[in-house]
Design a binder for this molecule. Structure first.
Ligand code: BTN
Length: 232
């Protein structure tokens, strides 16, 4: 179990930037981000004091690169477990969905011997901008309520336990758990690859593989963004 040190600011540029000054076990949260960042240069916008925005510093010092690439999936499992009341699924690599709509997003960034794990969870937001309204949800919309601090603590509890298991024993022990959460498995999708070969791939996915890659019609995808027919 990790001992977390929580640093909260009412307003900041981005908690992922704040976390660059931290060390293993530091957690940065904010009520508002002026320039919240998402994966693949997307923005992450949230009204003030409405949602959870936090960045956790985790050490990956001494771990092999092929293990480090699986950390975002362990974070995804931890977020799903922290939100288990609403039965979320994980859309590879890093979206947490309920009823096909996005409840949370994760942005992991390497910083020296650490990974900065940025987590955004929609807690109290009950309406979304028109361009994402059909694809986004929140705990409030799903359950009628939610406490930002309770969500933070639940996710940190699971993340602490899972990080320790992953650090000491690797990704193997998580494989069965991730299969139960794998939203893309068996679906027809197209993936825009974001490293190396950038050509799009279409096919039915056999899901997340033991090395953390995504299978799409027999092709291994290392990094990218998946779109499911008719869902987006
Ligand atoms: C995504 O879905 O694209 C990832 C979104 C990650 C958002 C979180 S909010 C806390 C942390 N600080 C940031 O600027 N981004 C992450």
């Amino acid at each position: 179990m990790e001992i977390w040190r929580i640093h909260h600011k009412p307003e900041t540029i981005s908690t992922n930037l704040d976390a660059r000054q931290g060390k293993h076990g530091d957690v940065y949260t904010a009520g508002f981000q002026i320039s919240g960042r998402g994966r693949l240069d997307h923005k992450w916008q949230s009204p003030p004091d409405t949602n959870l925005m936090m960045s956790v510093v985790l050490s990956v010092d001494g771990l092999p690169a092929e293990q480090v690439v699986t950390l975002p999936l362990v974070v995804g499992i931890s977020v799903c477990e922290g939100l288990s009341k609403v039965s979320p699924m994980l859309k590879w690599p890093n979206d947490v969905l309920v009823e096909g709509k996005k409840l949370a997003g994760i942005l992991c960034e390497r910083h020296g011997d650490d990974v900065i794990v940025g987590i955004g969870i929609n807690v109290l937001q009950d309406s979304f901008p028109i361009d994402i309204a059909a694809r986004a949800t929140s705990l409030k919309l799903l359950t009628g309520a939610g406490e930002i601090v309770d969500v933070r603590d639940a996710v940190l509890r699971h993340l602490g336990e899972n990080y320790r298991e992953w650090h000491d024993n690797g990704f193997g022990g998580f494989y069965e758990r991730i299969q139960a959460l794998d939203w893309l498995r068996g679906r027809m999708l197209s993936v825009r690859q974001t490293d190396g070969d950038v050509s799009p791939i279409c096919g039915v996915s056999s899901g997340i593989m033991p090395d953390g890659t995504l299978d799409v019609g027999g092709v291994k995808v290392y990094a990218g963004e998946a779109h499911v027919e008719g869902i987006g």
